[in-house]
Design a protein around this ligand. Structure first.
Ligand SMILES: NC(=O)c1ccc[n+]([C@@H]2O[C@H](COP(=O)([O-])OP(=O)(O)OC[C@H]3O[C@@H](n4cnc5c(N)ncnc54)[C@H](OP(=O)(O)O)[C@@H]3O)[C@@H](O)[C@H]2O)c1
Length: 367
């Protein structure tokens, strides 16, 4: 199979670097274009402060960063967006109108009625929403990083017992604030008990992902989430403490068995980025921990532990931890794109060239 040409928008940022790491040797996607704004014109190696442990390939480091209006639909059909929220929305809409398939991490399109907030292990049927988009391209969104981690942890409970009410407190790692992120003077020897806009996202987005697709629209789940989000001096990884109220009584063994049995469908399991076990249970009293558990499943599995069930069989407390820039961002987008490719939803070269011709003169760069 010839590989599909892809681009990364915001390639020098915290999420953009994870995209580059995961795409520089991908079996289905070929990384052909690195896009930036302030960094445009420099080579990637000069512009980036490379953070991942995986070495950056010299051929990628030597690539020159381009601007969004340099994207060529004859070369690239899939665009991974790690643009700042606020800037991202109009740029992504125009790219979709030019025929690109856009997989975005920004918040701007997450709640659009025709954009799936996709986790293929949880709501694969939501991908069908893209049929409502006007095309010729498409937009598929990732949830907020903590929302993805929480939603994965809740999904087996939601399926097995129903979940009515959830109270969460997050302890979110530094890379969640982008690069260079929070000032050292603010975070060393400290916890910051506020992250702008984060609590609202956690309260709304899991309801969409866990919602039902009915008559071509998502009916959000009735789940009520109340969140307090904090920034802690951890490099990578978001830890979420959860108090959930199940809709029906369960035993501790049933709850553990629901998490244990949670597996991707055969279709999703065949995708290159899908972990064999999206949820790993940690039986130890003091796990999961960010440093020890964030790389579970190559960063694509979340870890659940500290499970306690109230005597009434409905009040459940646990901790769920995930890698914010992998499962919570770039890894999730790449998995979503693999899923869309496997389902035959990515634009073919013929539709891309036709749409590029028909939208000639449309300015793509709005930033
Ligand atoms: N960090 C996380 O854990 C996380 C998780 C989930 C979602 N997200 C979301 O993912 C997005 C990226 O987050 P981040 O943490 O990676 O931010 P970041 O580190 O600040 O990176 C943003 C990048 O966007 C580039 N950029 C800005 N304006 C641009 C434009 N007009 N055209 C092209 N490139 C442009 C910048 O590169 P230049 O230097 O070239 O301008 C910068 O490298 C945000 O929407 C964020 O909310 C982040």
């Amino acid at each position: 199979m010839s590989r599909v040409g892809v681009a990364v928008l915001g390639a020098t940022g915290a999420v953009g670097q994870r995209f580059v790491e995961r795409l520089q040797d991908h079996p289905w996607f070929e990384l052909r274009c690195l896009v930036g704004d302030g960094s445009a014109g420099r080579t990637y190696g000069e512009a980036v402060t490379w953070l991942p442990a995986t070495p950056l390939k010299p051929s990628v480091a030597a690539r020159r960063i381009v601007r969004i209006d340099d994207l060529d639909p004859r070369d690239v059909s899939v665009v991974f967006s790690a643009l700042p929220s606020g800037k991202a929305g109009p740029i992504e809409s125009l790219l979709a109108a030019r025929g690109f398939a856009v997989f975005t991490n920004a918040r701007d399109h997450r709640l659009d009625g025709d954009v799936p907030l996709l986790i293929p292990e949880v709501n694969p049927e939501h991908l069908a929403l893209v049929a409502r988009q006007r095309g010729p391209g498409l937009i598929v969104a990732n949830g907020n990083c903590s929302a993805i981690i929480l939603t994965l942890g809740l999904a087996p409970l939601h399926r097995g017992f129903g979940v009515a009410d959830v109270h969460v407190a997050t302890l979110q790692g530094l890379s969640g604030a982008g690069y260079p992120g929070v000032s050292a003077l603010d975070i060393v020897d400290n916890v910051v008990p506020f992250i702008g806009g984060e609590e609202e996202k956690l309260e709304v987005e899991p309801r969409k992902t866990l919602g039902v697709l009915r008559d071509g629209a998502i009916v959000p789940d009735g789940l009520r989430v109340q969140a307090t989000c904090t920034r802690v001096a951890v490099r990578e990884g978001h830890l979420v403490t959860v108090h959930a109220r199940l809709s029906r009584q369960a035993t501790l063994d049933e709850v553990l068995a629901a998490w244990e049995a949670f597996r991707p469908s055969a279709e999703v399991a065949a995708l290159p980025s899908a972990p064999a076990r999206p949820i790993e249970l940690r039986p130890e009293a003091d796990r999961p921990q960010p440093r020890r558990d964030r790389d579970a499943g190559d960063g694509m599995a979340v870890s659940v532990g500290r499970v306690r069930l109230d005597e009434d069989g409905r009040g459940l407390r646990f901790v769920v931890l995930g890698h914010n820039t992998i499962r919570g961002a770039a890894g999730q987008s790449v998995l979503n794109a693999e899923f869309a490719l496997a389902r035959g939803l990515l634009p073919t070269p013929r539709t891309r060239v036709a749409s590029a011709a028909s939208s000639a003169g449309v300015p793509v760069a709005l930033a």
